[in-house]
Write a protein that binds this ligand. Structure first.
Ligand code: PLP
Length: 446
């Protein structure tokens, strides 16, 4: 680590700290917090070099090398994220948007730089359109409680799909119950893709909102959000996209998609837990009432009445998760620096896993749509998903089992649960082969 004193610049920039990143880049605190992309890592993706950025991947589990295939639930953290948290608390912490002292300015600057990283990541028109929340779940709740209560009425309809995560179902159920709006559920085709014909048929001026996942956390299906948004807008509906599973896997361009809201969670894109993002078009966010009330979101407080700040602060009441937001910005710049190599690598992992698992007798893959992220759900004859998960864990392989917070989808599939392997760019072909070998062995036990 090297301290660079830049005399003559403003207080925020006077002391920049630059650090070499394990991926060959550097990032500096205070005025940047941005990893410089490692050109070689992006062009010729070197998975072993990237894995060296993730200390946890060298763990042994029960005498086996860890094969972490539960990335859909939460991704692991690279050193640049871990070190950002560490360094923020060691050197820069103070509350933001308040103090005039040096640390307060440094923390504020880093936090607002993180917001700019988020805006770049989503290609938002302005960082003001990017609100820090606690995660996807809170982002959905925010929109349901504010936009939903202000705009939905009896007789209106909310369109959801069968493949939604509970986080993108329950808040809408709640606001529907409060406002008298109804919920209409879009069906799926046998390959796990959305029934587009049924979607078009269900559109009418009654539809006020389409709330849909960008990528299914169970089936891996990627929904054609741009096409869905264009059709929904034609009948005057707003479009909320749950990007919890897409943001980690491919670039998101909210302007090209032309969606009204987009939500994702930091912990699924290699950032810390406890923070996430709500993107909203400025004119829509500006017209929404605040979600929570208190410090930092107000302009003037008087016992005769209170006025609120502009976006995004209007939706960030109280002290936010400052360090986590800053580290999220670093995580976003880090994963962006690895693209497109990381994306091609993930595609190859999904192909290899699909081929290997399809060849196992009695194993059935759920979700075979042509557009998929690297998420593979399956069931095995005579093997309960929980047993499979426990036996895989004994081989050092971490997968998720159960309903994956998608009970309505499970009901439609006629299943209690599935086994789900979800891949990240730091997984290897060898780990896929280990998964297939373990599953063959497990199959033989029942
Ligand atoms: N939506 C989808 C598709 C998810 O996969 C998840 C988490 O698994 C969520 C929403 C909720 O995310 P969080 O728990 O980070 O708020």
């Amino acid at each position: 680590m090297q301290i660079v004193e830049k005399a003559g610049e403003d207080a925020r920039k006077r002391s920049a700290v630059t650090t070499d990143l394990p991926n060959g880049g550097t990032f500096s605190t205070c005025d940047a917090w941005v990893p410089v992309p490692s050109a070689s890592a992006a062009a010729t993706f070197d998975v072993e070099r990237v894995r060296a950025d993730f200390p946890i991947l060298s763990r042994q589990i029960g005498g086996h090398a860890l094969a972490y295939l539960d990335n859909g639930a939460s991704a692991q953290k690279p050193l640049c994220v871990i070190e950002t948290l560490n360094r923020y608390y060691r050197e820069h912490h103070a509350n933001i948007h308040r103090g005039v002292h040096r640390l307060g300015e440094e923390a504020t600057s880093a936090y607002e730089h993180a917001r700019e990283s988020v805006a770049r990541f989503l290609n938002a028109a302005s960082s003001r359109e990017c609100v820090f929340t606690r995660g996807t779940t809170e982002s959905v709740n925010l929109v349901a409680a504010t936009w939903g209560r202000a705009n939905l009425r009896e007789g209106d309809e909310i369109l959801l799909s069968t493949m939604e995560h509970h986080a993108n179902i329950v808040p809408w159920q709640e606001v529907a119950a409060q406002t008298g709006a109804g919920i209409r559920v879009l069906p799926l085709l046998p390959d796990g893709s959305l029934d587009i014909e049924a979607f078009h048929k269900s559109l009418s001026p009654r539809v006020k909102l389409l709330a849909i996942t960008h990528a299914s956390n169970v089936l891996g299906t990627v929904n054609p959000v741009r096409e869905l948004a264009a059709a929904a807008h034609e009948v005057g509906a707003r479009v909320f996209v749950d990007g919890a599973q897409s943001a980690a896997h491919f670039p998101v361009d909210v302007r090209a998609l032309d969606v009204d809201f987009f939500a994702f969670s930091s912990h699924k894109v290699c950032g810390p837990t406890g923070v996430g993002v709500l993107y909203g078009k400025a004119e829509i966010l500006n017209a929404m009432p605040p979600y929570q009330f208190g410090g930092d979101m107000i302009r003037v407080v008087d016992f005769s009445g209170t006025t609120y700040r502009e976006i995004p602060e209007r939706f960030e009441a109280g002290t936010p998760s400052i360090a986590d937001a800053i580290a999220l910005g670093v995580a976003l710049d880090y994963i962006t620096s690895l693209r497109p190599g990381a994306m091609h690598h993930e595609e190859s992992l999904l192909r290899r896993a699909t081929d290997a698992l399809s060849a196992i007798p009695g194993l059935r893959i759920l979700g075979t749509a042509s557009e998929k992220v690297a998420v593979l759900s399956f069931v095995m004859d005579k093997v309960h998903p929980l047993d499979a998960g426990t036996l895989l864990d004994a081989d050092g392989i971490a997968v998720r089992t159960g309903h994956h917070c998608a009970m309505p989808l499970m009901k439609t599939l006629g299943l209690q649960g599935t086994i789900r392997a979800s891949f990240a760019f730091y997984n290897t072909h060898e780990e896929v082969d280990r998964l297939a070998a373990s599953l063959r062995r497990i199959r033989g036990m029942f």
